[in-house]
Design a protein around this ligand. Sequence first.
Ligand SMILES: NC(=O)c1ccc[n+]([C@@H]2O[C@H](COP(=O)([O-])OP(=O)(O)OC[C@H]3O[C@@H](n4cnc5c(N)ncnc54)[C@H](OP(=O)(O)O)[C@@H]3O)[C@@H](O)[C@H]2O)c1
Length: 292
Amino acid sequence: MTAKALVLGGRTGLLGQALARTLAAHDWTVAALGREDGDLHNVDFLKEHLDRTAPDVVFNTVGWTQVDAAEDEKDAALRWNRALPDSLARMVKGTSCHLMHYSTDFVFSGAGERPYTETDTPKPLSVYGASKLAGEQAVLRLAPENSCVVRTAWLFGPGRKNFVSTILEACHRRDTISVVHDQVGSPTYTLDLAYWSLLLAEKRATGIVHAVNSGQASWCDLACESVSLAGAPCRVDPIPSSEWPQRAPRPTFSPLDTAHLTALTGQTPRPWPQALRDYLFKEYLPAHSARH
Ligand SMILES: NC(=O)c1ccc[n+]([C@@H]2O[C@H](COP(=O)([O-])OP(=O)(O)OC[C@H]3O[C@@H](n4cnc5c(N)ncnc54)[C@H](OP(=O)(O)O)[C@@H]3O)[C@@H](O)[C@H]2O)c1
C-alpha cells in the first residue's frame, strides 16, 4: 500500500512544491492544503480535512515567512508560526499520523563560532525567529511521539521566488549588484531537503533534526556562485550588513550541523554549490531561457 501525505503549502510554497513533487515521484499519494482552500486557523475545517484525507504523514510548510514584516505583525506571525503547528500537533497526538514540521536557523542568535547542533540553545533575535521557536516547542510538547521538527535554512529551488532567482533577475536589470558578505549560513536546495524529509518521514523520526546542504556561505558567496554558474555579465560587490539595513536583525553565523541527519538517514548532504548547479541547469535556466 502506498503512503499518503498531506502537504500544507504543497501547491504554492517553495518547499511545499518540492515536497509534493518528490513524494509523488516516490509513489506517495499526495494531497495539498493551503490558505487558498479555506481558513487554516479554523480548527473544525482543519480537522475535517485531516479526517477526509487520512494521511500517514502531514508535512507542514505553511508559515509566516516574511522575516522583516513579522517585526510589525507579531500577532499574525504567531498565528501562522505557533498557533497553526499547535493545532496540527493536537490533531495528530495519539494517532498513527506523523507530523513533519519545518523551522529555521533564525531560532539561533548567530553568536557562535561553529555550526549549530540540535542540542544548542536557541536564542532568536527577531519576531520571526521567536515565533518559529514557539511553534517548534508547541509541536514537541504536544506530540513528542509522532512529530519531527526539521530545521532548515536559506532555501533555493523551483516554483517560487527565492534569493537565487531574485539575484539573477536583478542581474538582467543592472551591471552591478551589492550583496551582504558578513552573514553566513547554510544554503539549501529544496529538492534535496524534500528527499531527506521523505527518508525521515519513512523512519518516523522524532525530535529536532537539522537538514541543510553541506558547506557554508555568505549571501555574497551564494550570489557570486549563482551569477557565475548562470554566466550573467554582472559584477557582485560585497557590502557589510550596516550598508543594507533590514527591519529584523539576522544571525551573523548560523550554519547548521547535519551529523544527526546523517546518523538517522545514512545520507551526507552534498555541498551547496553542487546542489545550486542542479537547480540552475535543470530547473531555473531551462524555465527562464525563453524569457530572457
Ligand atoms: N525560505 C527559506 O529560506 C527558509 C529558511 C528556513 C526555514 N524555512 C521554513 O521552511 C518552511 C517553508 O518555507 P518556504 O520558503 O517554502 O515558505 P513560502 O514559500 O514563503 O510559504 C509557504 C507557505 O506558507 C504560506 N505563507 C507564506 N507567508 C505567509 C503569510 N505572511 N501569511 C500566511 N501564509 C503565508 C504560503 O502561502 P501563499 O503561497 O498563499 O503565500 C505557502 O503556502 C517555513 O516553515 C519556513 O519558516 C524557510
